[in-house]
Design a protein around this ligand. Structure first.
Ligand SMILES: [Zn+2]
Ligand SMILES: [Zn+2]
Length: 169
């Protein structure tokens, strides 16, 4: 499940803390994110998508995004829009998210369900808080592979990894 990574720059002191994946409150995060999307707080595109596709789902896992212009990083909800590709299994109302946080009967779609039962419809257009540029997503898998070669957005030195990778679930 979710992991916290700490990366830092020896040269200029830049620090990046990235919380990736899904955590123990995921069903609640899913609902809040969909409510915001339906209310238009996340932009027209995702609001229209949910209005036109009541069976649509959103990837609400946390991923790292990087601005393709200024190189700044930000942890964001992935927000890729998905449509079912086959008939969805009926959810067992007693199915538990976890022992401590059961969320029985809650309406959420976990990332692993997206991979199994859905196909990607459109990517969410993430924009950079610093410069307004487009951001590309670095999925957790890519991050795992590339995290030793990520560059500092301020001085372009290679980032080092802190020793404390924390499991947040
Ligand atoms: Zn630096
Ligand atoms: Zn930027």
């Amino acid at each position: 499940m979710g992991k916290v990574y700490k990366l830092y720059c020896d040269n200029c002191g830049y620090e990046l803390e990235a919380t990736l994946g899904v955590g123990f409150l995921f069903p609640r995060v899913y609902k809040e994110t969909l409510d915001e999307a339906r209310d238009g707080k996340l932009g027209d595109r995702i609001q229209t998508f949910l209005r036109e596709h009541p069976d649509g789902a959103i990837d609400c896992s946390l991923v790292l995004a990087q601005c393709i212009y200024c190189g700044q990083y930000e942890t964001v909800h992935d927000l890729t829009m998905y449509l079912p590709k086959k008939k969805l299994p009926t959810k067992d109302p007693n199915q538990r998210w976890s022992i401590a946080m059961p969320f029985c009967g809650a309406d959420y779609v976990a990332p692993w369900d997206l991979r199994e039962y859905y196909k990607a419809f459109a990517a969410y257009p993430h924009t950079c808080k610093h410069c307004g540029g487009d951001m590309k997503l670095i999925t957790e898998k890519t991050f795992e592979r590339r995290r030793h070669s990520l560059k500092c957005p301020n001085c372009r030195s290679k980032l080092n990894e802190g020793l404390d990778v924390i499991l947040w679930d």
